[in-house]
Design a protein around this ligand. Structure first.
Ligand SMILES: C[S@@+](CC[C@H](N)C(=O)[O-])C[C@H]1O[C@@H](n2cnc3c(N)ncnc32)[C@H](O)[C@@H]1O
Length: 297
């Protein structure tokens, strides 16, 4: 499959470049031609995965160890299969999670939602904060909160049995308590006691199907992506669930699409028992999540 060492080109210092690095350069071009948004990163990650090493040590792979299965992995990525499905892992804050078909791949923009939640819980100064993650998917949010908020008691709810299977694997050995069910009706036993409700729910309008990137459209579960005509059906249901679960003074934080920053805070209105509804940007300065405080009512 790959080219011979003699065809692998030169390093910046003029010496021979390793076969693997030359193949990574070729793969980068193929992925770029296929429209992959981060072709060099992905080509390197796949090389590291196939050769059982890290991106930073790819140059140490001997030419004799070059594994032609690299090109099988590149072809899958070229067909727009998510990088994380090929490697079987996704990084989220300080976690490495197992992911694959049947579960939503956690996204970097959700990390800032969790960051806000951690700060909010710390500011509450509660000894053993009670946290609920609705629509947990792989368990990314719940597990990050359990890891980063000392003595937190974290419950996570997921409707889809297949996604929950991935969450179970990821939650093994953690103190996250998983529940299968509809987030809008979940955990009646915790009503009025929860300090923070967090959710990254489905929020894409049904009509936007054709504009969704192939990695998401063809590989993330439909239940994880779409929610009604304007994308807000699930969030409207979660508003009631959060109000039921939270204690007075407790906070809700909900991720949304970058086009929904003008709408989502208006779901958490005063007449529905909320105060301080606000919207927040992610690290790319795009509207990303809404927050509100439950008032006694
Ligand atoms: C956008 S994904 C987010 C997953 C995870 N929270 C994350 O950030 O990576 C939304 C998840 O909500 C789940 N879901 C959709 N509707 C639900 C409902 N009514 N109750 C519980 N889970 C639901 C989907 O199966 C999917 O796993």
């Amino acid at each position: 499959m790959g080219s011979s060492p003699g065809a692998s080109g030169s390093s910046p210092s003029g010496g021979p470049r390793s076969l693997l690095l030359a193949e990574v350069a070729r793969a980068t071009q193929r992925l770029a031609d296929a429209g992959v948004p981060s072709p060099r990163f992905d080509a390197e990650e796949l090389a590291a995965h196939v050769h059982g090493t890290k991106r930073s040590t790819l140059h140490l792979v001997a030419d004799s160890d070059f594994d032609a299965r690299y090109w099988e992995a590149v072809a899958r990525r070229e067909a727009r299969e998510p990088l994380q499905h090929i490697t079987g892992r996704a990084f989220f804050r300080y976690l490495e999670l197992q992911v694959g078909p049947g579960v939503f791949v956690p996204r970097p923009e959700t990390e800032s939602v969790v960051g806000w939640a951690i700060d909010a819980v710390r500011a509450m100064d509660v000894a053993e904060p009670l946290i609920v993650d609705l629509c947990t998917g792989s368990g990314a949010i719940a597990l990050a909160l359990a890891q980063e908020v000392p003595r937190s008691r974290v419950h996570a709810v997921e409707l889809d049995e297949r996604a929950l299977g991935w969450a179970r694997k990821n939650a093994e050995g953690s103190r996250v308590v998983l529940h299968q069910g509809d987030a809008r009706e979940a955990l009646p036993e915790l009503a009025g006691q929860v300090d923070l409700v967090i959710s990254n729910p489905p929020y894409i309008p049904l009509g936007e199907w054709e504009h969704v990137a192939p990695e998401a459209r063809d590989h993330d579960p439909q239940l994880a992506l779409f929610s009604g005509e304007d994308g807000l059906d699930t969030i409207r249901g979660l508003e009631r669930a959060a109000h039921r679960l939270l204690r007075p003074g407790g906070m809700v934080v909900v991720e949304h699409a970058d086009t929904q920053g003008g709408q989502v805070p208006w779901i958490f209105t005063e007449d529905r028992g909320w105060a301080d509804a606000a919207d927040h940007p992610d690290l790319n300065n795009r509207p990303r999540f809404a927050t509100a405080r439950r008032v006694a009512r």
